[in-house]
Write a protein that binds this ligand. Sequence first.
Ligand SMILES: NC(=O)c1ccc[n+]([C@@H]2O[C@H](COP(=O)([O-])OP(=O)(O)OC[C@H]3O[C@@H](n4cnc5c(N)ncnc54)[C@H](O)[C@@H]3O)[C@@H](O)[C@H]2O)c1
Length: 259
Amino acid sequence: MTGRLAGKVALISGGAEGLGAATARAFVREGARVMLGDIQLDKAKALARELGEAADAILLDVTLPDSWETAVEATLRSFGKLNILVNNAGISEPGTVSEVAKEAWARTMRINLDGVFHGTQAALPAMVAAGESGSIVNLSSMLALRPGAIFAAYCASKAAVAMLTKCTALECAAKAWPIRANSVHPGAIETPMLERYLAMNPEMSREQAYAGFAASHPMGRCGKPEEIAAACLFLASDEASFTTGTELTVDGGGFIREH
Ligand SMILES: NC(=O)c1ccc[n+]([C@@H]2O[C@H](COP(=O)([O-])OP(=O)(O)OC[C@H]3O[C@@H](n4cnc5c(N)ncnc54)[C@H](O)[C@@H]3O)[C@@H](O)[C@H]2O)c1
């Protein structure tokens, strides 16, 4: 088998669509076998069928530790080992600190932050047991690095993910586990998540709404899922063998913009 992930096995949360699906496609193209975990099991199964023998799907709710245990076991049953975890599942609900509903805050933390914690805790033993180089890639956000007042819960959850990633990286290194952990920080990317935002204001056309998001990126556009998948692929592969605990922005310059 050839490819940048030849022989590797990955578990991707939220793998049914959006960035998780794009990452799964890139991983399979580069020789990995991939388990897609998602609450949208039918969509995950359809993608797995499309990707062929190198992919499988399992029902995964990232908020539930038992669900993660089941997903890791299913990965081992289907593919024999686990080398790569992509903690990708996440949600985004708008709301300022003073206005965000308490349940929306709690839901965001449960999925975006607790989900990454549970996934990491469930996957690490299997990744260590594989006895091979491994990688944890956590989907954070540009909004972990610069605030957006109307995304209070999202920003806070994604900033916490970046820090949790660094703690993971340090623990693995201190224990001499051959596992790296890094976070990816996308700007606005053209996925179902962004489409929901583009459709939110009935007084604005999709084009007008898109232009608003595009304007917050110095490169003047939103990103494509494949551009995030490429970053995940690099961090997952042994090409990144000395990269751990880093924050990789993939945001068209959104984080470094001047205003
Ligand atoms: N699209 C963007 O602009 C953007 C920007 C920065 C960061 N991100 C992050 O990238 C990740 C993927 O985003 P996306 O745009 O592909 O989102 P998306 O909404 O298009 O897809 C998310 C996937 O996660 C799944 N999911 C949701 N809750 C889940 C749960 N509890 N358990 C398991 N799966 C669950 C959904 O079913 C869906 O398949 C998220 O963490 C998001 O916060 C996205």
